[in-house]
Design a protein around this ligand. Structure first.
Ligand code: PLP
Length: 383
């Protein structure tokens, strides 16, 4: 019996062929494939500029760094996210402040954001949890009124659409949007990420910061004694993506709509199976949006069921089925509690959600049999 993880990559023959070709080409890195991948991401999302980088975390770090916010500023994000959404602020001397989530979408609540704004607030990082777009029109309105910058952490949401039908990544509602291409996400480059923006100045700054803050571009140099010359003009990092990774990304992006259709079909089957279940709450998709679901999260009434989440996870494992918890609220992490004095109880909606959530397998390589195995096991264990 093959183990079904909660998420994994989908690699096909055309991905293998593309990577093999680049391995035999003159450039493994700093060749033509990175720019080609960036161009493909711009065409797909509709954003003007794209920078492919080493990871989603590197993308978040560069995005916050490029905004150049004063030390001691505050940034608002959701507690229901991977730690990197908040860590990227800390890297840049910005204090992360959390705003509680909406109980239906599990995304950051615009009303909760408004309550956290003060004179030091400069940034909102919204996360499109599980692939469902956060309420970006409302967040953009709040940001405009308060002169705040907006980053979209779209690590879960490549392929998703807003209520207006346009694609996540077009930066219509934000200054910058980041993606992650870790193998568990909807499409992969092994490790990798990207930042989308429509702002040329931000793009140029990030271009410099991605590569040590060093440039060789003649127009930007203070002197030009020869083609060997380069200048370090800012303190940057090495956050480049390789041509091997970019090639895999190009090949995967070409199939994104297929991945999306497959994920949505699995979500529809799960919804049908678990709708009206006495102990299970299925995810609600906001009408009008079209999410490319990265995760399928159910909420389980463990108290009524008479089993703990750990027991359910262990029982699923005996059926050869993986599951995971997304997310332990960031403000309850020991480092965040020690550094900023956050306490359990600070964000009750996110905490309540956390105590009931469970992500069950969702990835485009799942077979019909895999899906039925998951449904059967859940129905056997949760009854
Ligand atoms: C995966 C993820 C990241 C980080 O991406 P990496 O590519 O693993 O660095 C950031 N934010 C969210 C919400 C994620 O799920």
């Amino acid at each position: 019996m093959e183990f079904i993880p909660y998420g994994r990559q989908t690699i096909e023959a055309e991905d293998e062929q593309a990577v093999l070709e680049v391995l035999r080409s003159p450039f493994l890195t700093q060749g033509p494939k990175v720019a080609e991948f960036e161009q493909a991401l711009c065409s797909y999302t509709g954003a003007r500029y794209c920078l492919a980088v080493a990871s989603g975390t590197a993308a978040l770090h560069l995005a916050v760094a490029a905004l150049d916010l004063p030390e001691g500023s505050e940034g608002i994000t959701t507690p229901n996210t991977f730690t990197a959404s908040a860590n990227s602020m800390v890297y840049c001397g910005i204090t992360p402040v959390f705003a509680d989530i909406d109980a239906d979408s599990y995304n950051i609540s615009p009303a909760a954001i408004s309550k956290k704004i003060n004179s030091r607030t400069r940034l909102i990082t919204a996360v499109h949890f599980a692939g469902q777009a956060a309420d970006m029109p409302a967040i953009a309105r709040i940001a405009n009124q308060n002169k705040l910058k907006v980053i979209e952490d779209a690590a879960h949401a490549i392929g998703s659409c807003y209520e207006d039908g346009s694609r996540v990544g077009n930066c219509r509602y934000s200054d910058l949007t980041i993606f992650s291409f870790h193998p568990v996400k909807t499409m992969t480059t092994g490790e990798g990420g990207a930042i989308m923006t429509n702002d040329e100045a931000l793009y140029r700054k990030m271009l410099l910061l991605r590569s040590h803050g060093i440039t060789k571009e003649p127009a930007l140099l203070s002197q030009n004694p020869g083609p060997w010359y380069y200048e370090m003009q800012a303190l940057g990092w090495h956050y480049r993506l390789t041509d091997i990774q970019a090639t895999l990304g190009i090949s995967q992006l070409a199939r994104i709509e297929k991945f999306k259709a497959k994920r949505r079909a699995i979500v529809a089957k799960y919804n049908e199976a678990f709708n009206n279940h006495p102990y299970i709450t299925i995810p609600k998709e906001k009408t009008g949006t079209s999410a490319c679901f990265h995760l399928y999260v159910i909420q389980i009434d463990f108290e009524q069921l008479g089993k703990s989440r750990s027991e359910v996870i262990a029982q699923l494992a005996t059926y050869g089925i993986g599951s995971q918890v997304h997310y332990i609220p960031v403000h309850t992490q020991p480092w965040y509690q020690a550094s900023y004095g956050y306490r359990e109880g600070d964000y009750p909606v996110a905490e309540r959600y956390y105590h009931h959530c469970l992500s069950i397998p969702l990835y485009s390589a799942m077979s019909e049999e895999d899906v039925q195995r998951v449904i059967f096991a859940i129905q056997e264990i949760i009854k």
